[in-house]
Design a protein around this ligand. Structure first.
Ligand SMILES: C[S@@+](CC[C@H](N)C(=O)[O-])C[C@H]1O[C@@H](n2cnc3c(N)ncnc32)[C@H](O)[C@@H]1O
Length: 235
């Protein structure tokens, strides 16, 4: 995560004040570090298949190498646990899994718009767009690090046909779906085309271009924004 999503997750974690955070997708551990700054006393579970890549290890967190869907979470308070998914796995599957397990609060980092990104997102599901990327199971450069078992899990859910059912499912089961605003919204996207609301519906940016000299890092990293969202499941 770069500045737009680091700020978004920090802000949402501070606002939600969870007792436990489950972070799926650790990479080197920067997100783990940021979550600890946001919630100093929170219990943390960090899931990462490539454990040897982790550079920052939170000494009070519990680390797991098994996928969220097959974890043992019975002991967690469903109302006060925040699930943070930054693992490039099908986001609708993550919502379904969270619902089946009785969790309510999710942050989904890779919420790419149609037709962008390397995995199926809630934004694509709401648009009814499906997801197809032949040969790419989602996860881009992270796939090279996954063992056969993890890749087979991803391949099983990589392609989704365009359909209205996924949006219906989300409308039926979500109490809140909220995309966190970008910090800055430059005129062009990271893909080089115009950042219009027609092609990329986006909440209003928190800062204006006139603020760029005051926040040079935020401006420089503005294009890393991928419509990160908070989703709350109904009781
Ligand atoms: C974008 S990186 C995570 C970045 C991290 N959240 C941060 O802020 O620094 C994605 C990570 O997800 C991991 N990953 C891939 N499949 C996964 C799965 N099924 N469950 C959890 N993590 C997974 C990859 O190995 C990779 O380290």
């Amino acid at each position: 995560m770069l500045a737009p999503h680091l700020f978004a997750v920090w802000f949402m974690a501070r606002a939600l004040q969870p007792s436990t955070i489950v972070e799926s997708g650790v990479w080197k551990g920067q997100g783990t570090w940021m979550l600890r700054q946001a919630c100093p006393d929170v219990a943390m579970h960090c899931i990462e298949p490539c454990q040897s890549r982790i550079e920052f290890r939170d000494e009070r967190a519990t680390y797991h190498a098994r996928d969220f869907a097959v974890g043992s979470w019975d002991h967690l308070d469903r109302e006060r646990t925040l699930l943070v998914f930054d693992d490039h796995v099908n986001a609708l599957d993550r919502v379904r899994q969270a619902r089946e397990l009785g969790f309510r609060h999710l942050i989904l980092e890779d919420n790419y718009p149609v037709p962008r990104g390397d995995c199926y997102s809630l934004k694509k599901a709401f648009a009814g767009a499906g997801f197809s990327s032949p040969g790419d199971t989602g996860g881009g450069r992270y796939n090279a690090l996954l063992s056969g078992k993890w890749m087979r899990r991803k391949q099983a859910c990589s392609s989704v046909r365009p359909n209205p059912d996924d949006a219906r499912y989300l409308n039926r089961h979500l109490e809140i779906y909220s995309e966190f605003p970008p910090l800055f919204r430059p005129s062009r996207t990271r893909w080089g085309d115009d950042w219009t609301d027609e092609h990329y519906p986006t909440p209003p940016a928190l800062l204006q271009e006139a603020d760029r000299d005051r926040f040079p890092v935020l401006w420089r990293e503005a294009l890393s924004y991928t419509w990160i969202c908070y989703a709350r499941l109904k009781c």
